[in-house]
Design a protein around this ligand. Structure first.
Ligand SMILES: Nc1nc2c(ncn2[C@@H]2O[C@H](COP(=O)(O)OP(=O)(O)OP(=O)(O)O)[C@@H](O)[C@H]2O)c(=O)[nH]1
Ligand SMILES: [Zn+2]
Length: 204
């Protein structure tokens, strides 16, 4: 069993990844759907799928705030916006992927406290690698930035396609879900928010 420390205050129990248990569950699932887990092509599948889930849920075992531990002062008080961050997550209702892009921006505080651009993408990645719903993913990214950088404003916009709506169920391939979370000035000032949304809309 791989034991990893969870440090996320939002999670009450300390999550651990139990490879043997996951393998057993996948084998059981194959039996439940009428497959033969012992046939040649499926022999290694439970172990493989278990490892894949460990990777897809890696964000359960990492403390989000550590991602933003390294900040620096750049005396930049205008908006910093990274758009089109590729996003792969797992819908917690059906355990199938939803994927798309995230746009993450913030207005640094008066001290001009900024973080490395890659850290915004790391934050998206971390929260995406959990069983999720898009709304929660969006606000978790916004709240983590708000908490750590204490910026004047934060905006997170996510556009995603949910495979649970494309490959099964209602089967509306191509339908995109948009969610946003705004904090601080980007919530209270419609001008600042409009400027951010304009940048997001007018990209490329
Ligand atoms: N709000 C929200 N809903 C989601 C998300 N991902 C999946 N869902 C929805 O979760 C709902 C679960 O509905 P249920 O009626 O319990 O499950 P279901 O019978 O499989 O639903 P269908 O997908 O309509 O076939 C569905 O409407 C999904 O579209 C998400 O990120 N946010
Ligand atoms: Zn779903």
């Amino acid at each position: 069993m791989i034991r990893m420390v969870n440090i996320d205050s939002e999670l009450t129990d300390e999550p651990v990844f139990d490879q043997a248990r996951a393998e057993k569950a996948i084998r059981e699932l194959l039996l439940a759907v009428g497959e033969d887990p012992d046939r040649e092509g499926l022999q290694d599948t439970p172990a493989r799928v278990a490892r894949a889930y460990q990777e897809m849920f890696a964000g359960l075992y990492t403390k989000p705030d550590t991602v933003l531990d390294r900040t620096f002062d750049e005396s930049h008080e205008e908006m910093v916006l990274v758009t089109d961050i590729p996003l792969y997550s797992t819908c917690e209702h059906h355990l199938v992927p939803f994927h798309g892009v995230a746009h993450v921006g913030y207005i640094p505080n008066a001290e001009g406290k900024v973080t490395g651009l890659s850290k915004l993408a790391r934050l998206v990645d971390l929260y995406a690698k959990r069983p999720q719903v898009q709304e929660r993913l969006t606000s978790q990214v916004a709240d983590a930035l708000d908490r750590k950088l204490k910026p004047r404003g934060v905006i997170v916009v996510i556009e995603a396609e949910h495979l649970c709506m494309s490959m099964r169920g209602i089967r509306k391939a191509g339908a995109r879900t948009m969610t946003s979370a705004v904090r601080g000035l980007l919530k209270s000032s419609s001008t600042s928010r409009a400027e951010a949304l304009e940048l997001i809309k007018g990209r490329r």
